[in-house]
Design a binder for this molecule. Structure first.
Ligand code: PRT
Ligand code: MG
Length: 214
């Protein structure tokens, strides 16, 4: 049995056509079903649909042999025990530092001395700021980072941007590019040794010949 872990949400939307092109057709409509384990048209290949941030954990522990996860999630996780097999080129966006468009207007309300950066990506942000020699307090949030500067929680945010509309709608602008993000195919290291014959066709189907195997 080969288990492939998929991220719910936007990666799933873009993974379904990729799977179907690869000839791996889910037995149920993944967008509608409430089942978390779904068989496919390929005997012995099943899908598990989980939260994006949980994909590295399932694959690391071998609960899934393969997974599809954003580069943002993989870097934040650290990727221990995983092979990053191929950039699938889907669910692309950029991780950006953003600040209020009208930063000066807000400056009077600021009572803290160090720069405050709100993000879900604490590890990536720590590394990014350290590389720039910037001292900052990182405030860990689980979502809606765009709100933080508006209510005086932080000076800046580090968040994913695709069209830029969410930033603009909240009076924010992107100021620095941290990382280009897309979804990657990852594998459990032990499974790549023990189950390689079973995994190989699935990997080949998904990554194609143009996949950047590493
Ligand atoms: O729902 P859950 O809390 O489990 O996770 P999640 O909300 O992070 O999942 P989801 O479905 O949003 O998928 C997250 C994954 O999709 C990320 O890890 C990325 O790899 C990928 N991805 C690609 C994105 C975006 N593009 C994206 N634009 N994830 C989130 N966004 C958000 C962004 O955070 C911001 O709120 O979309 C908004 C910006 O979009 P624009 O178009 O207004 O700029
Ligand atoms: Mg979500």
């Amino acid at each position: 049995m080969v288990t492939l872990a998929l991220s719910k949400g936007r990666i799933l939307e873009e993974s379904i056509p990729l799977l179907e092109r690869a000839g791996i057709v889910p037995e149920e409509d993944l967008a509608k079903t409430r089942r978390l384990i779904v068989g496919t048209s390929i005997p012995g290949v099943r899908l598990v649909v989980i939260r994006a941030a949980d994909v590295p954990t399932y694959v690391r522990y071998g609960a899934a042999d393969l997974g599809i996860a954003g580069r943002d999630v993989l870097l934040e996780d650290g990727g221990e025990g995983l092979y990053e097999l191929a950039d699938l080129g889907i669910a692309t966006c950029r991780l950006m530092v953003a600040s209020p468009i009208d930063e000066m207007a807000r400056e009077g309300a600021r009572s803290w001395t160090r720069l405050r950066v709100a993000t879900k990506y604490v590890r990536i942000t720590e590394r990014y700021l350290a590389a720039q020699g910037i001292q900052a307090d990182i405030i860990h949030l689980y979502g809606s980072m765009e709100l933080a500067p508006l209510v005086g929680l932080a000076d800046r945010i580090v968040d994913l941007v695709s069209s830029g509309r969410t930033l603009a709608a909240n009076g924010l602008k992107p100021i620095e590019h941290v990382l280009d993000v897309s979804a990657w195919l990852v594998a459990n290291r032990a499974a790549m040794k023990m189950k390689y014959e079973a995994l190989r066709p699935v990997i080949a189907c998904l990554a194609g010949s143009e996949g950047n195997e590493r």
